[in-house]
Design a protein around this ligand. Structure first.
Ligand SMILES: Cc1cc2nc3c(=O)[nH]c(=O)nc-3n(C[C@H](O)[C@H](O)[C@H](O)COP(=O)(O)OP(=O)(O)OC[C@H]3O[C@@H](n4cnc5c(N)ncnc54)[C@H](O)[C@@H]3O)c2cc1C
Ligand SMILES: *[C@@H]1O[C@H](CO)[C@@H](O)[C@H](O)[C@H]1NC(C)=O
Ligand SMILES: *[C@@H]1O[C@H](CO)[C@@H](O)[C@H](O)[C@H]1NC(C)=O
Length: 491
């Protein structure tokens, strides 16, 4: 995986308009980077272009999310992050904070200034007494699950391999265990936070309820509730074009009938599955991710899916960590990518058919424009998922409606087509919202999930009535506008 990532950035360095700048940089060390290097402790390091850890630092899941930074800083202590933020704020130097690097919005965790990668915050500490785990913000979920497995416990975290702990939690977070325990952020009991003024604080509901619900700064550690973990049942099923109608019927039935909170499903309508041995660039296919939080699901929940003729089926009883490892998403590395999202109230057959139509329509239209892969993920959850937390969190602003995120994912290779793909994603999200409306769903004003939302999504659409509080919190905690020098949603 790392080799492929390196290729992406080497390509970026040598094939892009940055080439000259990058070559000049090699013999010239940016003064802010030098100042940081001279000010931090021996637990931290600064890497310049040409160093392998520089390449690792600036790399992302999608190549369109990477930029050529002046240097990569790998801080090893929260105190050092405070020092670094002080220097960046004083010099007004643009910077990036990267966790797992899975942001699909360009510039959200990349910069042409100082790139901070937080890999070194990588400890997992299980506290049996309090049934919580301290989790380093630089980890990916795979490593968290593997570290907790020997204790027979788990946290509520990401659903596929490679995704970062920090970004998922800070956006809200949908998990295989969300039906049972709520959003991922709902299970966090404390954050270790470096505030924009450089101070390191532990934020809990009791210590500062406003900051707890709308963080500002760089998180170094999450304390999360743990839950007992047995073996699980699940895996991936690929279904060819001729059986899509059966998948649609089974997904709609699952969505409206299954009430067992241990059962989870993602039905993705795909076009151009280049990495699959069953590749078919002209016709849509389905990938199903099935999950049951126990060694065997009761009869009746997944039978309809298991009997559909498939191209591949690796569903079995396994450990949670190996289930996640079996949901790899490396195949799009080296490609440009974007997510775009909408929310609906139910996954009816007619809505799912509109999703299939969008997959066909845009698949055919975008494949000639260097399109590599198109995927519409529908994610049935129970309507009760937002009721597990009585406290307010930045997202979602509304907890009374059981809205479901729909994720549109486009991937392509040629940057000349960036705008076309962004435009198509917007149009497709609107078409799907209209399809839901046309069948009587009141989708107007349903919050859009920030971690799936495209960069130009209005803040109101994600944070709704929480926006005034979040804005006043921002001006109170970050009066010098330090975090505005980094990417991400701007309050
Ligand atoms: C293949 C794939 C699978 C996904 N699966 C899921 C899923 O199952 N559930 C789900 O809810 N979402 C999922 N997502 C969406 C995911 O939540 C976002 O992509 C998320 O931003 C990724 O977090 P990251 O740490 O990997 O990304 P990064 O790109 O490192 O960071 C994302 C954002 O968080 C900020 N950030 C990172 N670290 C910190 C920190 N320590 N302190 C403050 N800010 C920080 C960054 O600056 C950036 O703005 C998936 C995305 C992909 C590409
Ligand atoms: C783009 O992604 C596909 C899989 O979706 C992969 O097979 C292909 O190699 C990628 N192309 C590039 C240039 O990275
Ligand atoms: C399919 O989608 C396209 C693009 O959104 C739209 O123009 C067309 O009307 C849709 N067709 C059907 C049958 O829904």
């Amino acid at each position: 995986m790392f080799l492929v990532t390196s290729k992406a950035v080497v390509a970026l360095l040598f094939c892009s308009s940055f080439t000259l700048a990058a070559v000049e940089e090699e013999n010239f060390k940016n003064p802010v980077c030098v100042q940081i290097g001279a000010s931090i402790s021996s637990s931290s390091d600064v890497y310049y272009p040409g160093h392998p850890l520089y390449i690792k630092g600036v790399s992302h899941w999608a190549s369109s999310s990477s930029q050529v930074a002046k240097c990569v800083v790998e801080p090893g202590t929260a105190t050092d992050i405070g020092i670094i933020l002080g220097i960046l704020g004083k010099n007004r130097t643009p910077f990036a904070v990267k966790g797992g690097g899975h942001a699909t919005n360009p510039t959200y965790s990349s910069t042409t200034g100082v790139h901070i990668s937080i890999y070194r915050f990588s400890k997992v500490l299980y506290n049996k007494g309090s049934q919580t785990a301290d989790i380093g913000a630089g980890l990916i979920w795979d490593d968290v699950y593997a570290a907790l497995e020997p204790y027979g416990v788990n946290v509520v975290g990401g659903r596929v391999s490679g995704v970062g702990v920090a970004g998922v939690i800070l956006g809200g977070g949908y998990s295989w265990k969300t039906n049972q325990h709520g959003l991922i952020v709902d299970t966090v009991t404390a954050f270790e936070l470096v505030k924009p003024d450089g101070k390191v604080v532990t934020v809990t509901k009791a210590s500062d309820s406003r900051l707890f619900s709308g963080l500002k700064g760089i998180v170094t550690k999450f304390t999360m509730r743990t839950f007992p973990q047995t073996k699980v049942w699940g895996g991936m099923i690929l279904v060819g074009t001729e059986n899509i109608a059966k998948v649609t019927a089974a997904t709609a039935a699952f969505s409206s009938k299954v009430t067992d909170p241990k059962a989870g499903l993602i039905t993705a309508y795909n076009f151009g599955l280049a990495s699959s041995p069953f590749q078919d660039f002209r016709n849509p296919q389905i990938s199903l991710l099935l999950f049951y939080d126990g060694p065997n699901p009761p009869r009746g929940i997944f039978d309809a899916f298991m009997t559909i003729p498939s191209l591949l089926n690796d569903v079995s009883t396994k450990t949670f960590a190996s289930l996640i490892k079996g949901f790899p998403t490396d195949s799009t590395l080296d490609n440009r990518s974007i997510f775009c999202s909408l929310s609906v109230l139910s996954l009816t057959p007619s809505f799912l058919n509109a999703v299939l139509n969008e997959t066909n329509y845009w698949g055919a239209k975008l494949t000639p424009k260097s399109g590599a892969f198109i995927s519409y993920a529908t994610e049935p959850f129970l309507p009760s998922i937002y009721s597990h937390n009585k406290d307010s969190t930045a997202f979602p602003p509304v907890r009374s409606k059981g809205f479901l995120p729909v994720n549109i994912f486009y991937s392509w290779t040629n940057r000349a087509f960036d705008e076309e793909f962004y435009k198509a994603a917007r149009a497709s999200a609107t078409a799907l919202s209209n399809a839901a409306k046309a069948e009587g769903q009141s989708v107007l004003g349903l919050p859009v999930y920030p971690n799936y939302a495209m960069f130009d999504t209005p803040l109101e659409n994600m944070y709704g009535s929480n926006l005034p509080t979040l804005r006043s919190l921002k001006s109170q905690v970050d009066p010098q506008n330090v975090m505005a020098l980094a990417g991400g949603w701007k309050f």
